[in-house]
Design a protein around this ligand. Sequence first.
Ligand SMILES: [Ca+2]
Ligand SMILES: [Ca+2]
Length: 210
Amino acid sequence: MLLTVLSWICSSLLASASGGKLPEAEVTIEVLHRPFLCHRKSKYGDIMLVHYEGSLENGTVFHSSRTEGDKQPIWFTLGIREVIKGWDKGLQDMCSGEKRKIIVPPGLAYGKEGKGKIPPESTLTFIIEVLEIRNGPRSHESFQEMDLNDDWKLSKYEVKQYLKKEFERHGYPPNDTLHENMVEDIFAKEDENKDGFISSREFTYKHDEL
Ligand SMILES: [Ca+2]
Ligand SMILES: [Ca+2]
């Protein structure tokens, strides 16, 4: 999907912006509901669809996806800093249908600056319900799907075919020039050793900067 392609590109931008490492406070996780059947659990690189409600320490709700805005759940990719660190850390190993309460210290949320309705140095509480989990662009499954000739590396042709397919699947008309530009952009960032292929190692997201 377009979203995953974009987040793939964004993830490489974020990955290059890793800072110094300080010992960090942890996320407190409380499982409120876990479904009886759990076919797979969320892991880094997965795309998750969630409803959430976030509140401050005094109980004020600063956002609820069910009642505010377009009232739609949100998609995000786990583990690439698309969301606050506290989510990346606190929403692993979740099942579809699971509901969690996570308490996130400011250092793993909006820190010293705060954001919008969130004052500086706020500890945040989120109630998060997972509606769906899909393979993200960084998953082993996605790599295999893209690697048409099974040689464990992605050629520009293979990446282009993948983009084309993803665009079509989401109702966008194929656009050769756009796809070629996106492929060049992806290879500029992902083909680290510049051999013209994205190896499975180059593809697999490195999440040590979390
Ligand atoms: Ca290949
Ligand atoms: Ca390469």
